[in-house]
Design a protein around this ligand. Structure first.
Ligand code: N01
Length: 534
């Protein structure tokens, strides 16, 4: 949309009001004193947790470390009821943070940013909203979420379906499917959560399974006040550990190779982690090489497969839901997912061997000719991850360079934060940022961005951006690290392999948060090595 209003001048624009955007506005306005305006197309704060209101939505990171750590009073005032917090609780928490730090007045909710164009002569960003309002800002901080651009597969005949279609990440508030005949496509983190929650409510649930996944119990349990108090008393140590660790989930990561112990001992360690719960814990706290060594990985995978066989009563259903091959996607955990397939109202349809032929007015027809009659079809089909949201805006850097041409389908960055030719333009969870429990990585990046902006302000820099060489080197580093893991050996959204037509590429720094923080500190200590400024 062409700009048609007199630009409003601010120091910084923040795009997004999730964990990243909220903290960025707090840092830039409340701490640096910069005039800052934040935008979100949602009608309120929350980001991911605003949109993902599907039944069963839960963080798979334990409650005490799925939060901000930057303010000790905020930490001490925090509370939770279970070992994991649900979507409504996380949303309430984020709304509380916004109000606590008086940030609401800086946000324009219900406002989508449609373009951000760098004006070379002025060294300013011109940011335009869907309503045609124009802002000029020295800095742009993109906190647009790495899992927010919806993947909605266009199945043949979908437009003829007379029932309702719902994507889990656009779940209407309070939508109740009790007594309906429901189909769910997708069995990733989201699919497993929504399937588990819907099974006891709906009349009939048809689960269209394309790739069954390895999943372990989440271990959601009530917590006592004494347990919460003990965590709070120990928070300094806990956050130091989290920020120095690899995946930042708040547990000690193992360094013991799986094959260095006896089979019996391996079984004991896996069983203990199974009983405790948690997907990342199972992958990273049991042994140190599940994510890097195929033999170790197979030992963990075989253990999970044996558990699925114990749980699912019907052998044919168990076969459809048992993963094969490497345990090498983002590790999942669930709250009774496999158990729901023992219910008489739940049916699994394996769509790799019996694909969806088409959607008709009454439901989904599979290749075997069966019509699965449905009132509602739920898409738990994930996201165009990491760069998906950037491609939905018009973003132009130096000389009018479009971000899509710059990335050419394979997004890169320096440090997951900035990219060459896009001066004073920062990303929270940009391509090749850390792969962890996200709030601690988000905090790390927002703090580094804020420090960098402060540095630029204090030194009168017009513009700061990475060199193409530094960006290429970071991409190389991320690729080398990814190649040391089993993750690159299977298709998943981590490498953009879930979106038809998207070029697969490494999208994460898999070197761990502790190492990542050390790299950031080193870059700063060495005069912003890899950046150039004017
Ligand atoms: O998405 P996914 P998600 N026809 O891409 C299937 C985070 N998260 O929303 O595996 C049929 O993992 C697809 O099949 P396949 C977390 O980081 C966190 O579940 O490609 N099926 C797959 O089964 C997570 O990793 C929490 O063969 C199609 C599913 O849809 C990330 O979000 C909770 C299809 C998509 O799985 C993404 O998870 C929820 C098609 N055309 C999510 N297209 C927490 O607990 C896709 N599928 C914090």
């Amino acid at each position: 949309m062409p700009a048609h209003s007199t630009p409003q001048i601010v120091d910084a624009v923040v795009i997004g009001a999730g964990f990243g955007g909220i903290y960025a506005v707090h840092k830039l306005h409340n701490e640096l004193g910069l005039t800052t305006v934040g935008f979100d197309k949602a009608d309120g704060p929350g980001g991911t947790w605003y949109w993902n209101r599907y039944p069963g939505a839960l963080s798979d990171t334990e409650s005490h470390v799925y939060r901000y750590s930057f303010d000790s009073d905020l930490l001490q005032d925090g509370t939770w009821k279970h070992t994991y917090i649900t979507q409504p609780e996380i949303l309430e928490y984020l709304e509380g943070v916004v109000d606590r730090f008086d940030l609401r007045r800086h946000f324009r909710f219900g406002t989508e940013v449609t373009s951000a164009v760098y004006l070379d002569d002025e060294a300013q960003w011109e940011v335009t909203t869907g309503a045609g309002t124009v802002y000029r800002a020295t800095y742009v901080v993109n906190a647009v979420g790495l899992l927010s651009a919806i993947n909605f597969p266009n199945l043949p005949g979908l437009d003829t379906f007379e029932g309702e279609t719902i994507h889990t990440a656009a779940w209407p508030e309070g939508k109740d499917l009790a007594g309906r005949r429901v189909g769910v496509i997708g069995t990733g983190s989201t699919g497993q959560q929504v399937i588990t929650a819907l099974a006891p409510e709906v009349e009939h649930l048809t689960v269209f399974v394309r790739t069954p996944q390895y999943s372990v119990p989440v271990g959601k349990r009530p917590v006592t006040t004494e347990q919460i108090d003990a965590v709070k008393a120990d928070y300094d140590r806990i956050w130091t550990q989290v920020k120095g660790s690899s995946v930042a989930f708040g547990f000690e990561e193992s360094t013991v190779p799986a094959m260095s112990v006896s089979e019996e001992e391996r079984g004991r360690v896996f069983e203990q982690a199974w009983q405790h719960g948690g997907g990342f814990r199972f992958m990273f706290a049991t042994f140190g090489d599940i994510a890097t060594d195929e033999e170790a990985n197979e030992a963990a995978a075989a253990f999970i497969r044996s558990k699925i066989a114990e749980v699912i009563e019907d052998p044919e259903t168990a076969r459809k839901l048992t993963p094969t091959g490497l345990f090498a996607r983002r590790p999942l955990c669930d709250d009774g997912y496999h158990q729901v397939f023992n219910r008489p109202n739940v049916e699994a349809v394996a769509i790799k061997e019996n694909p969806i032929r088409e959607v008709t007015a009454k439901g989904v027809v599979t290749e075997d000719g069966v019509l699965h009659e449905l009132d509602v079809l739920v898409f738990a089909t994930g996201f165009d991850a990491v760069d998906g949201n950037y491609r939905r805006m018009e973003i132009r850097g130096r000389g009018g360079l479009n971000i899509n041409d710059h990335w050419d389908g394979q997004p890169t960055s320096y440090l997951g934060i900035a990219t060459a030719n896009f001066p004073n333009w920062f990303m929270v969870l940009g391509p090749n940022g850390p792969f962890t429990n996200l709030p601690p990585s988000i905090e790390t990046q927002v703090e580094w961005i804020s420090d960098t902006i402060d540095f630029a302000e204090r030194n009168g820099l017009r513009a700061i951006e990475p060199t193409p060489e530094a960006e290429a080197e970071w991409t190389e580093t991320c690729t080398e690290i990814a190649d040391m893991t089993v993750f690159t050996k299977v298709d998943s959204w981590i490498f953009g392999a879930n979106i038809p037509g998207k070029k697969p590429s490494v999208l994460f720094y898999l070197g761990g948060l502790g190492n990542y923080r050390a790299v950031l500190a080193d870059v700063t200590a060495n005069g912003y090595r890899g950046f150039e400024s004017a």
